[in-house]
Write a protein that binds this ligand. Sequence first.
Ligand SMILES: [Zn+2]
Length: 318
Amino acid sequence: MQDRQMQDRKIEKTVCQRTLKDVAELTGIGLHSGSPVTLRLRPAPADHGILFHRTDVAEDGAVAARWDRVHDTRMCSAVANEDGVSVGTVEHLMAALAGCGIDNVLIELDGPEVPAVDGSSQPFVDMIRKVGVVELAADRRVIRVLKPISVETDHGRAELVPADVFSVDFEIEFQSQAIRRQHLRLGVVNGAFCKELANARTFGFMHEVEAMQKAGLARGGSLDNAIVIDGDTVLNDGGLRHDDEFVRHKALDAVGDLYLAGSQIIGAYRGERAGHAINNQLLRKLFDDPDAWCYDVLTGDESKTAMDGGIKAEAARV
Ligand SMILES: [Zn+2]
């Protein structure tokens, strides 16, 4: 019987790696610099992974989008290479790539941070959808969580536990009546990222934005690229995109931060008031323990197991 099951498993189709069909380009403002930045996503071959390339620096501009290259998590997730060349605010783009099931891409930038766009992942999802996605003739390698791993600090808590699919469970609580307590649980498969999380915007409080701008940070920050809250009031003219847009954005951040693992994670993530720092510590703790994870491939109907953004890929290139 077991042999039969093994055979069945062998003939089951595995989920393939994917990349973009063509080059996609977008220009926007960097949140912290306030300067225009052009982002270009270039198709890449199987096993290339996700790599940033700063085209505006004289040094080696290649920066791997990986957990062990994360050097700053105060305002966003920033990665840097050994020469100190850094790319900031990577998480909303990483979330879009994860959510659309893009395994391989070369990301060119002519500035130090990914454009803030509207503060969500939606413009990145749109640019991926517009050029299309192709399958590559290689299995997608995923990271399967084998035992529970958790991180707890004074600020919050996050954990990963074994599960058949990737899911996110997030809880936040703020005193502001605009947010209060919000909780979301979502299996991030079959296009759920694009439907439920992609358009949720980042948020901040007016007094924080003013303090940051005085310190020369968030120069590009405006009501065009964040929800801004003053006391109990949302200042943006159009209001919110979802009643619980805040917790949806925190879930989006977690999807992006966890994609810095280097592959999609198969496991259940749970965060309570967790941010970029805790998410990065969680990955470091996972990879510190060889018994806590293994590489695997996904078999069967990919819409039930994989993050694919609900975007059908064209046939594999051989
Ligand atoms: Zn964010």
